[in-house]
Design a protein around this ligand. Structure first.
Ligand SMILES: *Cc1c(COP(=O)(O)O)cnc(C)c1O
Length: 425
C-alpha cells in the first residue's frame, strides 16, 4: 500500500533520532508532506484526520491564515533580537495580553522556548524567591503521582516516579517529594500530615490543574486545587500550576485555574501558546514573587535567559493566536467537541477490556486494562485514515478546537471500530 518513500526520507532517516522511540523495533514514521486544518497529508498522498493536533498545540488547526500572515509580516520586519538589553513590540504586547487574561496577581511574564524550560524557570524562581528573603533550606518541591512536567533533568525529578524514570536515573536526579493528589478528605489529611513534617524544606507545590496529561490523561476536580491552595497558604508554600497542557481552551475554559477559582503564585504555559506554529513557552509570576527579586543587590536578580527567549516570530504567532481566541468562539467549540466525544466514545465503555471512558473539555479518553500490541493498534488507526496515537493503556483525542463535526465523527467512529476489530468490542 505505502508507495515509495520520498528521496529526503531515504537520505535522512539513518541520521535522525526520534522522541520516545526504540529506534530498532518501532515501525518507521510516516513521511508528512503538508498539513491543512485538521488534516495531515502524507508524502504518498494519503490524508489523515488528525485527532491529536500535534500534542495538542495546533488549537486553531494547521496553517491558520491569520497566524501565517502575522508570522510572515514579522519575518520581514524583525525575526529575532536578543532580549538582553533589547525588547520588541511582540514580546511586550504578548506579556501584557497574557497578564490581562490571568487573575490579577499573575503579572510578570518570563519567556522561554519550551515547556520543560518554563517549568524549570518556575522552580528556579520559587527557590530563589525564598533565598532572596533570607529563608534557607527550601529547595525541594512537592509534586504528584501521575504528573508530568517535562523531560529535562530537573523536570523529570518532579514527574511521576515511573514516568520520570526516577529509579533508572537514581543518583542523578535531585530528590523531591511525589505523593498522591488530595482527591478526598483522607488524602487531604495525609497531605497536611506530610507538610506538617516537611514544609520547611519545600519551596513550592507543583501540579497540573484538572488534567494530568502525558502521565495518563487523568482527571481531578476543582476541590483538589482548592485543597492545595489551602495547604500552600497554611504552610506558607508557593503554588505552581503547570498549565502547559490545560492552557488555551483545552478544558473549555481559557485556563484550568478559572474552573477552580484558585489563583496560583506561578503558572507555566506552552504547547497551544503559538497555535502550534513555533516553539514558545512562558512562566508567569505573581507580583509577590517578582518583588522578592526587586532589589538594589544585583545578586538578587533572576539569573536565567534562554538565547531565543521572547523570539519575535513566536510572539507574533502567539499574539495572532490570542486574536483568534478573542474573535472566534473557541471555548464554546471546545465544549461542543466534549459533547460530541461523550456521545461518540461513550459506547466504548461497554467493550470488554475498557476500564474507563472520560471526557473533559476537548479531551476524550478511552482507558483500557492494557494494550497488548501498541504498534499494531497505531497501524490500524492509520490504515483507517486517522492520526490517533494511543500510549500506554489509553486511546485519547485532543483535536484542534476548530475541528468540524464530520471529522470528529470520523475520529470517534474509527476508534470504536478499531477497538472492536482489535478484539475489545
Ligand atoms: C508537554 C508538557 C510539558 C513539557 O513541555 P515541552 O515543550 O515538551 O518541554 C510540561 N508540562 C506539561 C503539563 C506538558 O503537557
Amino acid at each position: 500500500m505505502a508507495a515509495e518513500k520520498p528521496e529526503w526520507f531515504e537520505r535522512g532517516f539513518a541520521h535522525i533520532w526520534l522522541p520516545y522511540t526504540q529506534m530498532k523495533t518501532t515501525p518507521p514514521p510516516l513521511a508528512v508532506a503538508r498539513t491543512q486544518g485538521t488534516r495531515i497529508i502524507l508524502a504518498d498522498g494519503r490524508e489523515l484526520v488528525d485527532g491529536i493536533a500535534s500534542w495538542w498545540t495546533a488549537c486553531h488547526g494547521y496553517n491558520h491564515p491569520h497566524i501565517r500572515e502575522a508570522v510572515q509580516r514579522q519575518l520581514e520586519r524583525l525575526p529575532h533580537v536578543m532580549l538582553g538589553g533589547l525588547v520588541h513590540e511582540q514580546a511586550l504586547s504578548l506579556a501584557a495580553r497574557l497578564c490581562a487574561l490571568l487573575p490579577e496577581p499573575l503579572s510578570r511574564v518570563f519567556f522561554s522556548d519550551s515547556g520543560s524550560v518554563a517549568v524549570e524557570v518556575a522552580m528556579k524562581m520559587a527557590t530563589q524567591h525564598w533565598l532572596n528573603q533570607g529563608v534557607r533550606g527550601r529547595t525541594k518541591f512537592l509534586a504528584f503521582k501521575g504528573g508530568y512536567h517535562g523531560d529535562t533533568i530537573a523536570t523529570m525529578a518532579v514527574c511521576d516516579p515511573e514516568e520520570g524514570m526516577h529509579a533508572l536515573f537514581a543518583g542523578m536526579l535531585p530528590e523531591h517529594h511525589v505523593i498522591d493528589l488530595p482527591r478526598d478528605e483522607e488524602s487531604d489529611t495525609s497531605l497536611n500530615r506530610f507538610l506538617e513534617r516537611h514544609a520547611g524544606e519545600i519551596a513550592g507545590i507543583l501540579v497540573e490543574p484538572l488534567v494530568q496529561g502525558a502521565g495518563g490523561m487523568l482527571f481531578h476536580d476543582e476541590h483538589v486545587l482548592k485543597r492545595l491552595r489551602r495547604a500552600a497558604d497554611k504552610y506558607d508554600l508557593l503554588l505552581i500550576f503547570d498549565e502547559i497542557f490545560t492552557g488555551f481552551g483545552r478544558t473549555a475554559q481559557m485556563f484550568a485555574l478559572e474552573a477552580a477559582q484558585v489563583t496560583p503564585d506561578i503558572i507555566t504555559l506552552g504547547k497551544g501558546l503559538t497555535g502550534g506554529t513555533l516553539p514558545l513557552a512562558a512562566t508567569i509570576a505573581s507580583q509577590k514573587i517578582f518583588e522578592a527579586f526587586w532589589s538594589d543587590d544585583s545578586a538578587a536578580a533572576l539569573m536565567h535567559g534562554p538565547t531565543f527567549m521572547g523570539n519575535a516570530l513566536g510572539c507574533a504567532a502567539a499574539n495572532a493566536s490570542l486574536d483568534l481566541f478573542e474573535r472566534e468562539p473557541r471555548l464554546l467549540q471546545a465544549a461542543e467537541i466534549g459533547k460530541a466525544m461523550t456521545k461518540g466514545l461513550g459506547p466504548c465503555l461497554g467493550y470488554k477490556g475498557v476500564k474507563d471512558v472520560r471526557v473533559r473539555g476537548a479531551i476524550g479518553v478511552v482507558e483500557l486494562d492494557r494494550i497488548a500490541n501498541l504498534n499494531e493498534l497505531k497501524r490500524r488507526f492509520v490504515e483507517a485514515g486517522v492520526w490517533v496515537r494511543p500510549f500506554r493503556n489509553t486511546v485519547y483525542l485532543t483535536p484542534a478546537l476548530t475541528i468540524g463535526e464530520e471529522d470528529l465523527t470520523t475520529l470517534t467512529r474509527v476508534i470504536r471500530e478499531v477497538l472492536e476489530e482489535s478484539g475489545y468490542g
